[in-house]
Design a protein around this ligand. Structure first.
Ligand SMILES: Nc1nc2c(c(=O)[nH]1)N[C@H]1C(S)=C(S)[C@@H](COP(=O)(O)OP(=O)(O)OC[C@H]3O[C@@H](n4cnc5c(N)ncnc54)[C@H](O)[C@@H]3O)O[C@H]1N2
Ligand code: MOO
Length: 413
């Protein structure tokens, strides 16, 4: 274990800017090739591997947007009253409209051939004389009123969901709306999670002197599960070079990607970097991000490794900002960006920091305010936070100014 993090922030020109690190990470991604077919009932969170085209029009025929009467407007010229010649409940096929008559119709029912408008029942008076139902229109409609046209939502042949979309409930709903029951998706990404550190104890066990609970394993596993990855191996690795090398090798044999926590800093108890270099290569190390500076990226046995720093808040930030887009792209997802927006800042901080900083902030009346400690070792300040306030490098934070805010809802799934 390396020395604890301090907030000292000496200028560090050798640190790679966050934007460049992200670009380089994404450039390393090899797209998944393996795909599988799944039922749309099991497709939530999966990434679509092929454009999904509709084989039907939605709606499949003109239908009524209202409960009321379908009629031909020209027939109203003869007088206000029309006999009701048929009743069309939703789910039945209408007969062509008898000339000079109206059809009782309901929301979603198909429009009968010959009708050119639907009058909602609030704009009509209905009655019965000698066993014959009739309707009198009190407000004359225009052609097309209250008719939902065939194909106005989706046309046959149209791409309804493009390849690369990570399917959420509404996407699955759209697939169902065009009658698709099976879709081709990329297979789940298999990820191994290794937490390094001899001080770590699993929750449920008593703490001995010198020990802390292993939270990173749970944070990382939870984030991976939220992304729809399959966690194939999760373990604690002892702080030795040999132990770390062995754990990384084993992980590389089981997983598509490895994520580690801890052991990437400069102390002699930090073995992840050396273990990667011994059986692969290190591509990135030391980024201009706070928290998370010593994040590493490389390959072990040909498998990508994301080496997150041990400090729990650094794990959260580096996963959300860097590992997440890398994993999403590796899962075949097209859009990997987290959408942020600018918010007013409700506090000042005169000291400029040379790294891009991700402050865990709350929103009060739309203004970003600091909650508890922003220390890299403090995870609990994320509990009440709504997201990250992004402070660009070397920038003073001024109350009343505006900065980018990335909601947790954008990055925690
Ligand atoms: N001399 C220097 N020391 C440090 C530097 C530096 O530049 N020079 N950088 C600091 C920064 S910034 C960070 S971030 C940390 C990252 O260090 P490591 O990735 O090597 O992480 P560890 O030393 O193993 O652990 C750091 C911290 O986090 C706790 N930890 C580790 N794993 C877990 C876990 N699974 N669950 C909960 N907490 C965990 C660990 O006990 C330490 O307190 O290095 C600084 N040092
Ligand atoms: O303690 Mo470090 O801040 O995560 O970069």
């Amino acid at each position: 274990m390396s020395s604890q993090h301090s907030d000292c922030d000496a200028p560090a020109p050798q640190l790679m800017p966050v934007g460049e690190a992200l670009e380089r990470l994404l450039a390393e991604v090899t797209l998944p090739v393996a795909t599988e077919e799944v039922s749309i009932s099991d497709a939530l969170g999966r990434v679509l591997a092929e454009d999904q085209l509709s084989t039907v029009d939605v709606p499949p025929a003109d239908n009524s947007a209202m409960d009321g009467y379908a009629l031909k407007i020209a027939d109203l010229a003869a007088g206000g009253r029309l006999n009701v010649s048929q009743r069309i409940p939703a789910g039945t096929a209408p007969l062509p409209l008898k000339s000079g008559s109206a059809a009782r119709i309901f929301t979603g029912s198909e429009i009968p051939l010959g009708a050119d408008a639907v009058v909602m029942q609030e704009n009509a008076t209905a009655g019965e004389s000698d066993g014959q139902q009739w309707v009198e229109v009190t407000e004359v409609p225009s052609v097309g009123n209250n008719i939902r046209r065939q194909g106005q939502d989706i046309r046959t042949g149209q791409v309804v969901i493009p390849a690369g979309m990570r399917l959420q409930a509404h996407h699955v709903g759209v697939l169902a709306s065009v009658g698709v029951s099976q879709v081709r998706v990329y297979r789940r990404l298999k990820v191994a999670v290794l937490a390094t550190g001899d001080e770590l104890v699993m929750p449920g066990n008593p703490l001995e002197p010198g020990q802390i609970y292993n939270s990173n394993l749970y944070t990382i596993r939870g984030l991976l599960q939220g992304l729809g990855c399959e966690v194939v191996d999760s373990a604690v690795v002892e702080d030795t070079l040999e132990g770390t090398k062995a754990a990384l090798r084993q992980a590389s044999e089981q997983a598509d990607c490895i994520i580690t926590s801890g052991g990437v800093s400069v102390g002699e108890e930090d073995h992840v970097k050396a273990a990667v270099e011994a059986q692969g290569e290190l591509r990135l190390w030391k980024l201009a991000i706070k928290p998370g500076k010593p994040m590493a990226f490389g390959y072990v046995n040909g498998k990508p490794l994301l080496g997150l720093p041990g400090n729990p808040a650094a794990v959260l930030v580096t996963f959300n900002i860097l590992a997440r887009p890398f994993l999403l792209r590796s899962m075949g997802a097209g859009n990997v960006a987290a959408n942020g927006f600018s918010v007013e800042v409700g506090f000042s901080r005169p000291k400029a920091i040379s790294r891009q900083e991700y402050l865990r902030v709350q929103l009060q009346d739309g203004r970003a305010v600091l909650g508890a400690s922003q220390s890299s070792g403090v995870l609990s300040s994320s509990v009440m936070a709504a997201g990250y306030l992004v402070v660009p490098p070397n920038q003073v934070v001024e109350e009343g100014g505006r900065l980018m805010f990335i909601p947790f809802s954008e990055v925690m799934n």
